[in-house]
Design a protein around this ligand. Sequence first.
Ligand SMILES: [Zn+2]
Length: 268
Amino acid sequence: MKRIRELIWGLISLLLIVSCSACKSVEEEPENLVTKTSYEILASTIYETTVYVFTSNLPGPTVMIVGGIHGDEIAGWQVAQTLVTKDDYRGKVIIIPKANILATTLQKRYPGQETKGVYQGISYSDLNRVFPGKIDGTITEQIAYAIIEEVEKYQPDYIVDLHESRRSYADKKSPLIGDEIIYGNSKSTFFAYDMVDLFNKEYLAVGDIKFAVDNSAPMGSFNNYCGNNYEAIVLTIETNRQLNLSRRIEQQLAFIEILFKLAKENKS
Ligand SMILES: [Zn+2]
């Protein structure tokens, strides 16, 4: 009888030790405390736009996300605006939701897109062809320069540019670059393939076209410049504007979720 009692007490003690150590390991995971700050670039001009910075006490990569380089690619800048309302980032995350704010207000690729680049007496051009821009250049070049200054300041590990295309790469008549992830340098290649594989396996919905990988970023684009000049993994998300807006937004948010998941695994 005594032996049985000892055995029972032994088992109870063991259970207590096991459960206590489980408690301890939960306690050891620190709370994710995220500080959110923001400031304006191109301040006191009509191109003034907000940069949001999220800094966590937990380790993680530095990720920069840019939306609104093209104002008519609505899913991109709407997603970036949604991302600034989140508060669970790790590491450091920098978001510029409306890089070309006047273009997003007008919902045009760039101001004056249909009027020879002139809007309200000022000349503009495609922002995504003038990177890295110039401090004393045209208005468009000055916007590009201000964005590159942010890249210089934070030296991100990941740079993500949110865009859309008028048609899919799979369009039979006139293919473009929709439904693609474009990578900016060889360092980004495997990461881009992993993102697309995971999306096509786990996130594809009825009516979606499988995403593909491409490396066709043109000269002067944010992707091309950053890919060639920084050590970062550089990616452009190009949703397909033939799909409805809510689905394109879901797709872009899914890719951001995938990026953070893979970046966490990739931290070595
Ligand atoms: Zn674009």
